[in-house]
Design a protein around this ligand. Sequence first.
Ligand SMILES: Nc1nc2c(ncn2[C@@H]2O[C@H](COP(=O)(O)OP(=O)(O)O)[C@@H](O)[C@H]2O)c(=O)[nH]1
Ligand SMILES: [Mg+2]
Length: 345
Amino acid sequence: MFSFFKKKAPAEPPAPAARQGWLGKLRSGLRKTGSSLATVFTGTKIDDALYEELEAALLMADAGVSATQFLLDDLKRRVKDTKTTEPAAVKGLLMDALADLLAPLEKPLAIGAHQPTVIMVTGVNGAGKTTSIGKLTHHLSNAGASVLLAAADTFRAAAREQLMVWAERNTVEIVHQAGGDPASVCFDAVSAGKARGKDVVLVDTAGRLPTQLHLMEELRKIKRIIAKADASATAGPPQGGTAPSGGSAAHEVASVGANGSAPHEVLLVIDGNTGQNALAQVRAFDDALGLTGLIVTKLDGTAKGGVLAAIARERPIPVYFIGVGETLDELETFKAREFAQALLD
Ligand SMILES: Nc1nc2c(ncn2[C@@H]2O[C@H](COP(=O)(O)OP(=O)(O)O)[C@@H](O)[C@H]2O)c(=O)[nH]1
Ligand SMILES: [Mg+2]
C-alpha cells in the first residue's frame, strides 16, 4: 500500500478480491478510452492507417502530442523488433510501451523517516483534496500510523467542517481555528504533531488556480511556516500532550537538517477529468512549490486517463495514489502496468 518503516506492524495487504473490485471500477471508468483504442487493432493489416488511427485515439485520450509521438515511435520499434504482423498483437505491445512509459510514476509514499512526516496537499478547487485527505487518513491509520489533520483551508467555514467530518469518520485529531489564517493553523498543527508524537500531519489547503499569483505566494508562505514550526518545535519544549521519547533536542534538530525539513511531501491533487489542463497544473504547482507527488482523482468517472502518459513524458512526478470514488476506501496505489491494462481494456 505504501512503505511505513516504523515498529508497528503494517496492515495486511488488501485481499486480491478487493484489489480486483477496485480495478473493475478503474476499468469501467476508463472504458470509453479503452474501446476507442481497441477498435484501432481490429483491422487485418499493420499499416499507416492503423498508426494514424492510434495517434488520433491517444490524443483523444488526453495523452498529449509529446507522449503520443513517443508512444507511436516506441510501438513501431517494438513491432519491428518482434516481427509482429497481426494488428491484434500490436495491442499487447502498446500495453508494454505504455506500462514502461508510466513506470517512473510508480513510487510508494514513504512514512516513518520523520516524526511527524508533514504532508502538504494542494490543488485547484474541487480537485478532491479534502476527500483524498480523508481517504489517505484511512490508509495511514490502517497501517498503524497516527495522523493529525490541519484545516488550513480557511477560505470557507464549510471547508473546515468538511475536514472535521473526515476527522470524525477516521477518529483522528484535527487542528483548526475559527477565522484563523492558514499559515498559523499550519504552525499550530506541526507544533502539535511534534508535541503529541504523531506519525503524520496532513495539511489541507484552499483550492487555487496557478494563475492566482498572490494565492500561489500564500502556498509558498505556508510551506516556509511549516518548515519553521518543524525546526522550532524540535528545539523548544513540547506544548502539551506527550512528547516523543528519545533523543535530545539538539540531536533532533541535527537529524531534521540531515533529512530535510518539513514539509516532507508536497502533493498536488488533480482531477482526472481535466485532461491536458491537468498537465498545466502539474507544471505550475511544481514550479512554485517543488512537488514530491501527485494524487489523481475521479478516475471512476468520465476521465480518459491518457493524461498520466503526458505527465510521465513531461513532468514525471510520482503518482502516489489514484481515486476511484467518493468513499473512504476508494483510494489506491498507482501501478503502471495495472493502469496500462485498465486503459487498453
Ligand atoms: N467520483 C469521484 N468523486 C470524487 C473523487 N474524489 C473526490 N470526489 C468528489 O469531488 C468533489 C470535490 O471534492 P473535494 O475533496 O471537496 O475537493 P477539494 O475542493 O479539492 O477539497 C466532492 O464531491 C467529492 O466527493 C473520486 O476519486 N471519485
Ligand atoms: Mg477542500
